[in-house]
Design a protein around this ligand. Structure first.
Ligand SMILES: *[C@@H]1O[C@H](CO)[C@@H](O)[C@H](O)[C@H]1NC(C)=O
Ligand SMILES: *[C@@H]1O[C@H](CO)[C@@H](O)[C@H](O)[C@H]1NC(C)=O
Ligand SMILES: *[C@@H]1O[C@H](CO)[C@@H](O)[C@H](O)[C@H]1NC(C)=O
Ligand SMILES: *[C@@H]1O[C@H](CO)[C@@H](O)[C@H](O)[C@H]1NC(C)=O
Ligand SMILES: *[C@@H]1O[C@H](CO)[C@@H](O)[C@H](O)[C@H]1NC(C)=O
Ligand SMILES: *[C@@H]1O[C@H](CO)[C@@H](O)[C@H](O)[C@H]1NC(C)=O
Length: 661
């Protein structure tokens, strides 16, 4: 049954069931007026991924706040008024207080940003702006608010001695938020950054190449951000006379470190090489791909700068120092990992679906690492279960049998370590006038091992228009995809479902149909078919010699799930009782009988059993007379699907027939 796919973000109020009309809506205008009202509106914002009735035009950004200072988290909502805006912090509603103010435009003002101190709470955390109107509730992306900080130096610059013409390198390390800006002083005067021999790397490294006597002095590292300014210990640079002329192997003093960055940042891969003659520094990627030229720069004598990094820049970078004119070289390598915040490739689209049908939202996000996707319904995390299903790593949300309670704003939230984003869409459930309610009092009673009788009573409203019922059937253990349907005439309120499997639970529900469409689905009901003993197994016989034979059948592993297996019996036809039962598991498919009397006809019986008892047996009569080592091949025409049946024809009789007297 094809369901109409109506993707109209603007709902037609006239199609709603009056009982669900919110009090704010004016009475539905006549159709012509409605059309005129709708026409001048701008085209629905397809692709923007938000429902027109409620959307964020500004979402809060991740930010760093200075303790004691005010900070504003931006939020702006567009939607059908009245719209209420509130905020959540770390998932919990942020209480109104004197400490924060909700501004008229929806933004949140924190008057004096607090750090955790002696038990008083901190304002650090993940903030979400929440908007609500009569169409539902919408949650913004998570904005991470952190306090500006500056640690002490972990690494102070160390005293260095360098040869004239050689290289000196100072390093300092400090943690801070935002990342501190690092500058250097020589003898408490800022160094001359125009001097090409001085290279400053943002991570806190100062390289001086082509050392001269006048470079000697005391060097300090200065770190600053909005939280503070700190000056490191001083470190002395001593420049000694040159040992020029003596050959020195190329050496890499410092190679690139492993770096994890976010897209658009700048990667600085350090490489400091020395040697005499001065080595030539070059860069390559370990995977052989070209480094490219755009945004690539070499800083100082060998540092590689990649500005505005993309995910494609991820890789292992190799710095090589070559002795000029030779193949003598040293290498060092570092891995660059570029992360990308989650962003949407496909946004969910607002849809209207008739009651009882299936609504589907699709949302695809990309990022590095690949983002996790979760769904919210009116701001609450939506779990799979009941009539809600999530597929393809949560990229598809499907809601079957939609009813009025499913009308809401649905949001897809994509998150990875580099950031979070959200996209939203609205589901409108169309309630056609004059449809019957769901069939009531649905009952299912098992009649046999293969049949269940389902009965129901008439829906409450609009029963005159009913043209029939459709019964939906599936194994309770199967996915709803595997359900099938049987049509039932309107003149009856029961239906015998046939051809079911024994000892199996089935789920049934029913819908009433009118020329305008289907009712809502009835409450589903369960019933299990009765159990039964298994059918007789096929059996073939193969003579192995004058006193032994092999019995062959098909294995039936499922018997084990029902406490079953095979039972085997045999006797000389003249004997009064059988030898057996020989109990065999369902996985066994052959059995050899030996030390038989070559002059006797034997009767062999095989049956399968389960928790419901023994099935009927398959019987074979076998004569061992005339069996020789030189066996002929014979395939019984009616048992060709069975295993080999090797024997002169006269010795094996078909089922139910004894040996000729
Ligand atoms: C909201 O209003 C505040 C103060 O009036 C202003 O600073 C802020 O920029 C506004 N934010 C937005 C998103 O319009
Ligand atoms: C960089 O990462 C690689 C693995 O990717 C590791 O083997 C290597 O030791 C790391 N180097 C540094 C300097 O941490
Ligand atoms: C689901 O995600 C995993 C891990 O990110 C991925 O290996 C798999 O291919 C994804 N499956 C689908 C159906 O997208
Ligand atoms: C799918 O969403 C559910 C909750 O909505 C979440 O528990 C689960 O981890 C998500 N799965 C993936 C692959 O992101
Ligand atoms: C029965 O006999 C056949 C032929 O000699 C042999 O291949 C098979 O392994 C035997 N089966 C058992 C269960 O002993
Ligand atoms: C067993 O055989 C009897 C008599 O032929 C028949 O009525 C019955 O249905 C059979 N049962 C099964 C499980 O095949």
């Amino acid at each position: 049954m094809a369901e109409p796919r109506t993707a109209s973000p603007r709902r037609l109020p006239a199609l709603r069931r009056p009982g669900f009309l919110p009090p704010l809506l004016p009475p539905p205008p006549p159709p012509l007026l409605l059309l005129l009202l709708l026409l001048p509106l701008p085209a629905p914002s397809l692709g923007l991924g938000h429902s027109a009735e409620l959307a964020f035009s500004v979402e809060p950004n991740d930010d760093i706040a200075n303790p004691g200072q005010p900070i504003v988290l931006g939020c702006k909502v567009e939607g059908t008024p009245p719209v209420q805006v509130s905020w959540r912090k770390n998932g919990a509603e942020l209480p109104e207080g004197t400490h924060t103010t909700l501004l008229a435009n929806g933004s949140l003002l924190i008057h004096h940003f607090r750090l955790e101190q002696g038990g008083s709470p901190s304002d650090e955390g993940d903030y979400e702006c929440v908007a609500q109107n009569r169409f539902g509730l919408l949650v913004s992306r998570k904005a991470r608010l952190q306090a500006a900080t500056m640690s002490d130096f972990h690494v102070h610059p160390q005293a260095v001695t360098g040869e004239e013409g050689g290289v000196a390198r100072f390093q300092c390390q400090i943690h801070g938020l935002p990342k501190p800006l690092i500058t250097w002083e020589k003898n408490r005067v800022p160094i001359d950054t125009d001097d090409e021999r001085y290279t400053l790397l943002p991570k806190g490294v100062l390289q001086i190449t082509g050392l001269r006597a006048e470079d000697s002095g005391i060097f300090h590292c200065v770190a600053s951000n909005i939280a503070s300014v700190r000056v490191s210990h001083g470190a002395r640079l001593t420049v000694s006379g040159s040992g020029s002329g003596t050959y020195k192997e190329p050496t890499i003093l410092v190679g690139p470190e492993n770096l994890t960055l976010t897209v658009h940042q700048t990667a600085v891969l350090e490489c400091v090489a020395t040697g005499n003659p001065r080595p030539i520094v070059s860069w390559s990627r370990l995977d052989g791909r070209p480094i490219g030229v755009e945004g690539i720069q070499v800083l100082g004598t060998g540092n590689l700068i990649i500005s505005d990094v993309t995910v494609q820049h991820s890789g292992v970078y190799v710095c090589a120092a070559n002795r000029p004119g030779t193949r003598v070289r040293r290498t060092a390598q570092g891995r660059l990992v570029v992360q990308a915040p989650a962003e949407f490739v496909q946004h969910p689209q607002s849809i209207s679906r008739p009651a009882g049908t299936t609504a589907m939202f699709t949302c695809q996000a990309q990022g590095e690492p690949p983002p996790h996707v979760t769904w919210l319904k009116n701001g609450q995390v939506l779990g799979a279960g009941g009539h809600v299903r999530l597929k393809n790593n949560n990229s598809t949300l499907s809601i079957s049998g939609v009813g009025p309670e499913d009308e809401a704003i649905y949001q897809c939230v994509a998150e990875n370590i580099a950031g979070s984003s959200q996209a939203s869409a609205r589901l409108t459930v169309l309630w056609a006038e004059g449809l019957p309610g769901p069939p009531r009092n649905v009952r299912a009673v098992s009649v046999s091992s293969t049949e269940v009788r389902v009965s129901w009573s008439e829906p409450l409203a609009h029963t005159k228009e009913i043209i029939g019922y459709v019964l939906h059937i599936r194994k309770a253990a199967d996915s709803p995809k595997l359900e099938y349907q049987e049509a039932v005439s309107k003149s009856t309120f029961q239906h015998l479902v046939r051809d079911l499997e024994p000892s199996t639970a089935y789920s049934f529900y029913i819908k009433a149909y009118t020329p305008r469409g289907a009712s809502l689905a009835s409450v589903p009901t369960l019933a299990s078919t009765l159990g039964e003993a298994p059918v007789p197994p096929p059996l073939s016989v193969r003579l192995l010699g004058s006193s032994s034979l092999q019995l062959l059948w098909k294995p039936w592993p499922r018997l084990a799930q029902h406490n079953g297996g095979f039972k085997l019996f045999y006797r000389p036809v003249s004997a009064t009782s059988f030898t057996g039962p020989i109990l065999l598991p369902g996985t066994v498919s052959s059995y050899n009988l030996s030390q038989l009397d070559p002059s006797t006809v034997y009767e062999v019986k095989l049956l399968a059993y389960n928790q419901h008892g023994d099935g009927n047996a398959t019987v074979r009569f076998v004569s061992l007379k005339g069996a020789s080592e030189d066996r002929h091949c014979y395939r019984h025409p009616h048992r060709s699907h069975l295993h080999h049946l090797l024997r002169p024809l006269s010795s094996v009789w078909p089922e139910g027939q004894g040996p000729p007297v």
